[in-house]
Design a protein around this ligand. Sequence first.
Ligand SMILES: [Zn+2]
Length: 97
Amino acid sequence: MRTGTSIPSEHRGRLLHTIYGWYALTREQADLGPFDTAEKASRALTRHIHIYRGLNNRNPDDQARMHLHDTEHCQRNNCALCVEAKVAQHSMMLVAV
Ligand SMILES: [Zn+2]
């Protein structure tokens, strides 16, 4: 068994840090989180991938989701990208005032 807090390199692009904590992005209906550390988010993602492996085929929208996220029409539960977008929007509003 591996020890330490290292995060698998394939998880790095799927962990998102917001002011609420760390989220793990999934291909399923809901993202995971928030967690207080990246390691916890990574461990949750490992469990999640293990559970969903083979159940859900990769779909072409996934790549788009990573680059351009439509928060107005997002149907996901607990969506980390929506959280990030709302936080960013709020920060911009604070700057604009
Ligand atoms: Zn979303």
